[in-house]
Design a protein around this ligand. Structure first.
Ligand SMILES: [Zn+2]
Length: 106
């Protein structure tokens, strides 16, 4: 969808308020829920690692915990990014013209 600036008639772009906020909030929410992800990852890692003896259990649990935590933060950030994008498109609807620096609503 091409939006034209009402001031100079050049192409304007959607401002990414929600998207930026959503990514941060989503990542934070993901980090907050990492305990669950980390615990699940740690369990899975320990099971996989246990095939390689007691040392493997420890290493597997540690690796699984880290991967589980990273996965939760990453997933949260992605979800927040998407939600923020929708908020930008449907709720905030602020556009910015890079040519004349004019900001306007639709
Ligand atoms: Zn303009």
């Amino acid at each position: 969808m091409n939006i034209k600036c009402p001031k100079c008639g050049k192409e304007a772009y959607l401002k990414n308020y929600g998207r930026a906020t959503g990514t941060v909030v989503g990542a934070a929410a993901g980090v907050a829920s990492t305990t669950a992800g980390a615990a699940a990852g740690g369990k899975a890692g320990a099971i996989v690692g246990s095939f390689f003896g007691p040392a493997g259990t420890g290493i597997g649990a540690a690796a699984g915990t880290i991967l589980g935590a990273l996965g939760a933060a990453f997933g949260g950030g992605c979800a927040g990014h998407k939600v923020g994008e929708l908020i930008d498109q449907d709720v905030i609807r602020k556009y910015h013209c890079p040519s004349c620096d004019h900001t306007f609503d639709l």
